[in-house]
Design a protein around this ligand. Structure first.
Ligand code: GLN
Length: 491
């Protein structure tokens, strides 16, 4: 059961091959047996899962099952979950039990899904390797010496290890697409505003977006159907109808115009990653697409602009964790200042502190115009690059990450970690959607290498098109069917 997609599991449940309760028990047992090694889940919720599974089975017996009824998944521990620990991967929130569900969680529950638990992540979603978690690093099921990517590393690893068929992630600068690429699964970052941010612990509010991580584009479409849509509680969520994302999945690709951004194939790109991506593009040509080179001339400024904007927004969002209103409180404070200082010093990890300092600095008087305002102007140019490119082509393709998964502990200085985001971050600055799909292996370690992700980008609200383009690739290739030895040996 652990090997199947959501779509396959839904068919099994509908055919009565097994119940949601049986499926849930089997995956809970697997988590119990294997997650000690992977560390993909911070909290497992067996009782709530059993209850939800029983409710789903009862609904099915009454003929009231929808497409997701009884299907198990896991949720990044950045989404508030009513009555369940919600840590954001931080010591600051190590004891925080959320008093309500995030909108996404509410919608997933209403759709009848069964959450098995909360997945590990980089603290407050800041990172590209999951090594910034207070709850310890996550291991990549393809090679336990490698990172799973970040910040949604727990979600990606849990799916790759066969602990859950799908998981929710969030993506502020690449945190769905890069871990999906590193773990050989499919991950979609929707258009900014497509999915409600309400109840998701904020990192950089103008960039944060939730999305599905699963084995296939088809499964991502099913999940997006459930989570997308306007929400009055999130003022940036967009009042726009939600199509059925499964409807266009199989549409033919003849005439599809693909653009390859020149800047995504330059220095720093691992040659084996490049050749896997170019092979994938050839598959599209064989499906009737045409390919041309395009340019996104301001790509070079995306990382500097992001690392001004995201820390600025983070420093504002994280000011609420003061040990009084929210978060960890130090022992025996001598006065209020001591309480603030020690609570924050103890509660936050290194990377989070670095970003709070950067953000506080760039927002301070005398620096605001030089940094934050300038970065916002650059952001405009980056967005315009994409809009210009989409005048010429339907989708853009390139690597999700310049390298396959690197070794745990291999990237010590923050800048080399930030460079991981080079192909993903501009997408968040522009607000457009992107998906990463498995497209081969690179690196020769272990023998077959580590997974490579093909990134496909579309214009605002082009999710249906992206899912269609990804799905057709998955019908023509079998990269998404490969499973890590870890999952197979532990079948
Ligand atoms: N790696 C980027 C960062 O550290 C992006 C993280 C994310 O998308 N949440 O900020």
């Amino acid at each position: 059961m652990h090997d199947k997609t959501l779509t396959e599991l839904a068919a099994c449940l509908a055919a009565g091959e097994f119940t949601s309760r049986e499926l849930t028990e089997s995956l809970l047992a697997r988590i119990d047996r294997l997650d000690g090694e992977i560390n993909s889940l911070i909290t497992v919720t067996p009782d709530a899962a059993r209850e939800a599974a029983d409710r789903a089975d009862a609904a099915r017996a009454k003929g009231e099952a929808g497409p997701l009824t009884g299907l198990p998944l896991a949720i990044k521990d950045l989404f508030c979950t009513d009555g369940v620990l919600t840590t954001a991967g931080s010591r600051m929130l190590a004891n925080f039990v959320a008093p309500y569900d995030a909108s996404v969680v509410e919608r997933l529950k209403a759709a009848g899904t069964v959450s098995l638990g909360k997945t590990n992540l980089d603290e407050f979603a800041m990172g590209s390797s999951n090594e910034n978690s207070h709850f310890g690093p996550v291991k990549n099921p393809w090679d336990l010496a490698a990172v799973p990517g970040g910040s949604s590393g727990g979600s990606a690893a849990a799916v790759a290890a066969g602990l859950v068929p799908a998981a929710m992630g969030t993506d502020t600068g690449g945190s769905i697409r890069q871990p999906a690429a590193f773990c050989g699964i499919t991950g979609l970052k929707p258009t900014y505003g497509r999915v409600s941010r309400w109840g998701i612990i904020a990192y950089a509010s103008s960039l944060d977006q939730a999305g599905p991580m699963a084995r296939t584009a088809e499964d991502c479409a099913l999940l997006l159907n459930a989570i997308a849509g306007h929400d009055l509680r999130d003022s940036t969520s967009v009042a726009r109808g939600v199509p059925d994302y499964t409807e266009e999945l199989a549409a033919p690709l003849s005439g599809l115009k693909i653009g390859l951004p020149r800047e995504y194939f330059g220095d720093g790109l691992d040659p084996e990653v490049e050749s896997a991506v170019r092979e994938a593009v050839k598959v599209y040509e064989s499906l009737g697409a045409t390919v041309r080179e395009v340019s996104l001339p301001h790509t070079h400024y995306a990382i500097p602009a992001y690392y001004v904007i995201a820390p600025a927004e983070a420093s504002a969002n994280l000011s609420r964790y003061d040990g009084v209103r929210f978060g960890h409180r130090c022992e025996a404070p001598t006065d209020l200042i001591d309480l603030y200082e020690r609570s924050r010093a103890e509660g936050f990890g290194e990377e989070v502190k670095r970003r709070i300092l950067i953000g506080t600095h760039t927002l301070s008087e005398g620096f605001f115009d030089a940094y934050y305002k300038k970065a916002q102007q650059v952001r405009r140019l980056i967005r315009q690059d994409f809009l210009d490119a989409f005048e010429e082509v339907d989708v853009l393709m390139g690597p999700a990450s310049p390298t396959p998964a690197f070794d745990l502990g291999a990237r010590k200085d923050p800048v080399s970690m930030y460079l991981q985001d080079i192909y993903t971050i501009a997408v968040n600055l522009a607000g457009i959607p992107g998906i990463s799909v498995p497209a081969g292996f690179a690196g020769g370690r272990p023998a077959e290498g580590r997974p490579v992700g093909l990134q496909i980008l579309g214009t605002h609200f082009a999710e249906a098109r992206l899912l269609n383009v990804a799905h057709r690739f998955q019908q023509a290739t079998d990269w998404h069917l490969r499973r890590p030895a870890f999952a197979e040996e532990n079948a």
